[in-house]
Write a protein that binds this ligand. Structure first.
Ligand code: GAR
Length: 219
């Protein structure tokens, strides 16, 4: 089974044809609500040289969450925007836009962000806001994609990296990875298998999109 659909991804252009700004690392912002393993996978891919990017800022909405602890360990700047102390979703999203702009971020990744986002954020980073979701979209949108897949009894599920648009989990798909659901899989075991794929898929999908984002920026 093909693990990644790279057919929609542009190939890297010849580095010798690029001007210096095109060769600079992509300035990434990341949003996370929980454990943060996908955030750390991005950091590891950067360290390994397979993702040509730098982590400018992590924003978390749950103070003290795993993602924040990982950022502190990895030395990545981290900001807490606690949704409980903000008036509404729009205020949270405006604070996100302001924070990422202040950090000179080009592309924002929702790596386990468990809040619905509004046009304030989606339009603030139009075409440059990316989400990872634990199912093969368009199946099992919304909450608990893993539990939905188990309940449906599918034999194959997976994960999807997509651009965020206003319709929930429905924006253009950048990459997907498939995971077999075995007869004895439960939520924990399936989540572990999906996470393993996500940690490869997300950095690869971001890296493959860099030339496209850079081309758009230079228009
Ligand atoms: C990931 O599995 C991601 O696909 C999912 O949250 C998990 C975060 O894990 N995202 C969603 O469900 C978004 N609807 P992590 O905190 O270990 O990266």
């Amino acid at each position: 089974m093909d693990r990644w659909d790279m057919s929609r991804m542009p190939a890297f252009s010849d580095p010798s044809q690029q001007n210096p700004s095109e060769q600079s690392p992509l300035r990434l912002g990341v949003m996370a609500s929980g454990n943060g393993s996908n955030f750390e996978a991005l950091a590891q891919a950067i360290e390994a040289g397979t993702l040509r990017a730098e982590l400018r800022l992590l924003v978390v909405n749950n103070p003290g969450c795993g993602a924040q602890q990982r950022a502190e360990r990895l030395g990545v700047p981290c900001k807490v925007l606690d949704h409980r102390v903000l008036r509404n979703r729009e205020d949270l999203d405006q604070a996100l836009v302001d924070s990422f702009r202040a950090a000179d971020v080009e592309v924002v990744v929702m790596a386990g962000w468990m809040r619905i986002v509004t046009p304030v954020l989606i339009e603030g980073f139009a075409g440059r806001l990316v989400n990872i979701h634990p199912s093969l979209l368009p199946s099992f949108k919304g909450l608990d994609g893993i539990g939905q897949a188990l309940k449906a009894g599918v034999k194959v599920t997976g994960c999807t990296v997509h651009v965020v648009t206003e319709e929930l989990d429905a924006g253009p798909i950048l990459a997907q990875a498939a995971v077999d659901v075995d007869r004895d899989d439960d939520h924990d075991s399936l989540a572990r298998k999906i996470h393993r794929e996500e940690h490869q898929l997300l950095p690869a999908a971001i890296n493959a999109m860099i030339p496209t984002w850079r081309d758009q920026a230079s228009l």
